[in-house]
Design a protein around this ligand. Sequence first.
Ligand code: SF4
Length: 423
Amino acid sequence: MSGTARIVENAVCLGCGCACDDITVVVDGGRITEARNACPLGLRWFGDGSLPGAVLGGRTTAIEDVVGEIADALRAARAPLVYLAPDLTSEAQRAAVAIADQLHAFVDGVTSATASAGILAAQRRGRAGATLGEIRNRADVLVFWAVDPVLSYPRFQSRYAPDPAGVHVPNGRADRTVIAVDVGSQRGPDDADVRIQMTAEEESLFVASLRGYLAGRTLGGGPILARVTELASRLTRAKYAVIVTDGESAPQAVELPAMRADSLIALTQSLNAPTRAALCTLRAGGNRNGADTVLTWQTGFPMAVDFSRGAPRYAPEDATLSRLARGAFDAVLLIGATSALPPSVAGALRGIRTIAIGPRASESAVDASIRIDTGVASIHESGMAFRTDDVPLPLRAVLPTPRDTASLLKALGAAIAAKGGAA
Ligand code: SF4
C-alpha cells in the first residue's frame, strides 16, 4: 500500500443479494487494490474499479446535446421499453421509472425473466419471511432447499446462518441443525448435518406429503414416506425453522421448477402452526431487489408495468420477453450493466433501436445506437440499495463516477418534459 492509498470502511458489495456491508476497500492510484472481507465473487464484482467514460453514437459527444437527442428518439417511439439492468442505485431506478411514466412506456427489469415465479407466488399466497438479522439471531434449524450458498451467495453461511452466534443461538453453528435437501442435481451444502434426497420428479409430491403430514393426515406408504417423516419431525421440533431457497434462475443456474416457490411458501405457512418458520429467498446481486422495491413504491407493482394507457397496469403474464418476441417495442432505453442481462433478453433486443446508459455501455455486446458510460452503484455511485431480504442499505461510492446515472436520467426526464412529454 503506497503512502497515497485511501481506505473506505463499510463499503457495500453488490456482488450477490447478501449485500455485505463490512467491506474495507483500499484505493491506490485511482484503482481498487484491495476489498477486504469480500469473497471471490465479491472481489470479481469490485474488480479494480476502472471504467470507460465515453459517449458514443450521438451526433456529438456533448452530453447535453445527446440527452436532447435521446429525448427526441424516445418521444418519437410508438411503444418504448424502459429496462432496468443490475448495478443501479435505487435513485437511478426511481428516475428511470419516472421516465417510463412520462413516455407512457413499458417498464421492466431482469426480475421478470429470472425471479418472477417467487414474486408471483408470494402475491398469490402471502409469505412468511424474515430479515437476515432475524435468521442470524433465531434460526435453530436451517433447511437449504436445493441451494448451496457457497456457489452463488458465498458469505451467507458465515455472516447470517448457520455459522454466527445469535441472541437465541449463542453457540452459533453448534446450536443449529443444518438440513440439505437435494433435488436432482441441485444440492444443498456438503457439510449439512442431515441430507434428504429426492428426484426432481418427486419434489412436488414430497412437499405435498410433508404438508399433509404436518396437517395430521395419514399418509400411505410409498418410497418417500420415511424421508417425509424425518424432515417433518426435525422441522416441528425446531424453535425457529428457516427454509432457504434460490429465487433466481440466473443465467449460470439450473432452471428452477415453476412449482417450487409456491410449494415452499405453502410449506412455511403450514409450519407456523406447530412452530415458527420463515422462508428466505436468495436473490442475485446488483440491487435487483431495489428495482422491485422502487417499482412497487412508484407504481404498486414490482415488475412488468405498462404505462401505455397513462396509469400503471400490471402485466407479468406478458412481460418483456414475450413482448420482445412479438416485436412490441420500437425503442428501448436500457439502463444498468448490460453484462448482467439475461442472455434471452440481450438476444431479443437485436434490431430494435436501443439506447444504453450504464457501466461499460460503450463496450457492451448489445447493439445500441447511443451508448453512455456511467458508474456502478456502490463502487462509483452513492445512494441506496436493497438486500435480498429487502432491507435498505446506504451506499458510499469509493471511486468517482464517469457520469452519475441518476443525475443523467433526471436530466433526460427534464428534457422529455421540456419537449412536452410523450409525443
Ligand atoms: S457474499 Fe455476496 S455480497 Fe458478500 S462479499 Fe460475496 S459476493 Fe459480495
